[in-house]
Design a protein around this ligand. Sequence first.
Ligand code: FAD
Length: 231
Amino acid sequence: MPPRVGDKIDVLDHGFVRLDAAEATDLSVVNGARVSFLQMKDELDQKDEGLIRFLIREKHASPFEHNLLRFHIRCPIAVAREWMRHRWSSFNEHSLRYSQAIDEFYIPDVSQVRTQTGKPGSYKFESMDEPVANEVRELMAEQYRSAWKAYEDMLQRGVARELARFVLPVGLYTEFYWSVNARALMNFVSLRNAETAMWEIGRYGEAVEEFFSACMPSTHKAFLEFGRVAP
Ligand SMILES: Cc1cc2nc3c(=O)[nH]c(=O)nc-3n(C[C@H](O)[C@H](O)[C@H](O)COP(=O)(O)OP(=O)(O)OC[C@H]3O[C@@H](n4cnc5c(N)ncnc54)[C@H](O)[C@@H]3O)c2cc1C
């Protein structure tokens, strides 16, 4: 069954994508476009699907902005930093000034401990041998433990949370709310659920796209048909 509002898709070792709310339908796209002719419909038919394909193909983008998907995300800070570059959307994030961090850090699966060769834009990644991968995972865990200890020590000495957080690494998990319309979401998934994206954000891109396709199946179908390019 396709995911619905309230559903959560687990991502990486401690993360998730949860669809908190959605006012996002294919009908909003066609009604946005048909207001040009003062026409409005209550149900989507085949002609409307053709209209959606036309709008995507010709990059008539604004009808894809009359909707909103609101997500609750849990991901490592390194993923959140890339995510928050997407300016055409709204964010609110867990504050490490106002509350304490949670002791959860990203450790990749053995298969995702990878090497990197080639040039920017065309990197090739390959899994490392299992014994080396396990050493890398232990190295990461050791660094996280040490950073967490320093963080807790500082808090115990009365150091302000806003200062103590400086020792925490980008593998720490954070949480945020993310609201986005279908046009900006298509731009996000075309860039982030892609071979060229960092593997970790790619898994979040996949989950976001699953929710999008469940809410707006005809729009998603047209997006795929015309090469996953946002209008
Ligand atoms: C594989 C990959 C590698 C990357 N590497 C780097 C990197 O090394 N360093 C780095 O800093 N960033 C990097 N980025 C981030 C990238 O440059 C974008 O900031 C990010 O992907 C957000 O995309 P966007 O601007 O299209 O999205 P949004 O900010 O959501 O904007 C959506 C669209 O609105 C329009 N728009 C938004 N703002 C403006 C504006 N100011 N002027 C004109 N049009 C605008 C554009 O059409 C844009 O596509 C990388 C991204 C990817 C996917």
